[in-house]
Design a binder for this molecule. Structure first.
Ligand SMILES: C[S@@+](CC[C@H](N)C(=O)[O-])C[C@H]1O[C@@H](n2cnc3c(N)ncnc32)[C@H](O)[C@@H]1O
Ligand SMILES: *[C@@H]1O[C@H](CO)[C@@H](O)[C@H](O)[C@H]1NC(C)=O
Ligand SMILES: *[C@@H]1O[C@H](CO)[C@@H](O)[C@H](O)[C@H]1NC(C)=O
Ligand SMILES: *[C@@H]1O[C@H](CO)[C@@H](O)[C@H](O)[C@H]1NC(C)=O
Length: 318
């Protein structure tokens, strides 16, 4: 992961917040000057010096903004890191007003619609989960794309089996699935109430059945907004699974945002995901993964149908 010095981070933030109004003002001035220069009523074609000075200055500012990537800058600075043992509390506080969402669960209006346990996923029990958890021994796992909790609960069981009793799993999902997902073969009997597929409640129910309510915490929002908030709150993880939208742009943006949240621990850190070698091949996920790896000089590794990037803990090498 690219490490920037704190002063560099702060100065780039300062540029983007202060430069905008100045640039807009100068653009207007620039546009005005152009109109003035090209005006057909003027017969003196020589540009006055003070206009040249303004134009040169505008060009310098615009170039520096373009070079700093301001047009595509959505905040590279995350908050101060929260200690792993406080992450659960932080999320409960910020997302659920300090109460547990499992309190008085299930609510009466969904009670008779839920199955006791209904866990389905895609490649959710692949060997990659055990291989990576053994290798990284993460304190915090962030999962982007949870669905009914199959992979999250598989990781929960693995952490218990490996003696990682304090590991928290942060699940991000808007719990909407995707349009028409219940056409999928093993989703045929998905229930729907007024268009709501109740993924969140069934996921919660599955977590209760696995006795995992103390180890799993979730954020029922879009991946973009949830990852952005985790960055702002300083919630980082050593193992991050990206398995939400599988089109190129979704995969790219989830990977890019997750990369900021990766905090390699003493055993390094990993971002990984499904569908590198499935029917989704090369339509979105694979292209996003390969491109991201190229931009960041990472090596894509493969484990079954999953891809992963391993990032060593550079601090320990000093
Ligand atoms: C393939 S499923 C995840 C499967 C799960 N990892 C497993 O193996 O059991 C993808 C999930 O991503 C969620 N998702 C897709 N796009 C999303 C977005 N933009 N924000 C939040 N969740 C999203 C869907 O609701 C769906 O539950
Ligand atoms: C990737 O994330 C960084 C912040 O870490 C942001 O500045 C950049 O614009 C993002 N790139 C793309 C192409 O989304
Ligand atoms: C959850 O806990 C209950 C009560 O302690 C136990 O009977 C049950 O077997 C546990 N379930 C799992 C999946 O471990
Ligand atoms: C990737 O490596 C190239 C050549 O070694 C280097 O110029 C570039 O700065 C590196 N990029 C990152 C993001 O580390």
């Amino acid at each position: 992961m690219k490490q920037e010095s704190p002063s560099l981070r702060h100065s780039s933030k300062r540029i983007s917040s202060f430069a905008k109004p100045v640039v807009y003002f100068l653009c207007i001035l620039f546009a005005y000057s152009l109109g003035y220069l090209s005006s057909s009523t003027r017969n003196n074609s020589k540009t006055p010096d003070h206009i040249n000075t303004v134009v040169a200055h505008v060009n310098t500012v615009i170039n520096s903004v373009i070079e700093s990537g301001d047009h595509n800058n959505f905040g590279a600075v995350c908050g101060e890191a929260v200690m792993s043992q406080h992450i659960r509390h932080k999320i409960m506080e910020r997302v659920f007003k300090g109460t547990s969402p499992w309190e008085n669960f299930p609510p009466s209006h969904v009670d008779n619609l839920l199955r006791k346990k209904w866990v389905k996923g895609w490649g959710s029990n692949g060997a990659v989960f055990e291989n990576l958890i053994r290798r990284i021994r993460p304190k915090t796992i962030i999962e982007v794309g949870t669905f009914l909790g199959a992979s999250a609960l598989h990781m929960f069981e693995l952490t218990r089996r490996l003696g990682l009793d304090d590991t928290q799993i942060v699940c991000i999902d808007d719990f909407r699935g995707w349009p028409g997902f219940s056409d999928h073969l093993h989703m045929k009997d998905m229930r729907m109430v007024n268009g709501d597929v109740m993924l969140m409640y069934q996921f919660m129910q599955n977590v209760v059945q696995a006795n995992a309510t103390k180890s799993v915490v979730y954020m029922p929002f879009s991946s973009g907004s949830a990852l952005e908030k985790l960055c702002e709150w300083g919630v980082f993880g050593e193992l991050i699974e990206v398995d939400a939208g599988h089109d190129f742009h979704s995969a790219w943006s989830d990977i890019n945002r997750s990369f900021k949240l990766l905090k390699p621990g003493s055993k390094g850190g990993v971002i990984f995901g499904h569908d590198y070698f499935t029917a989704a091949d090369n339509k979105g996920v694979r292209r996003a993964v390969n491109l991201f790896a190229r931009v960041h000089n990472l090596t894509v590794q493969v484990d079954g149908q999953h891809w992963f990037f391993y990032i060593p803990n550079r601090l320990s090498s000093h």
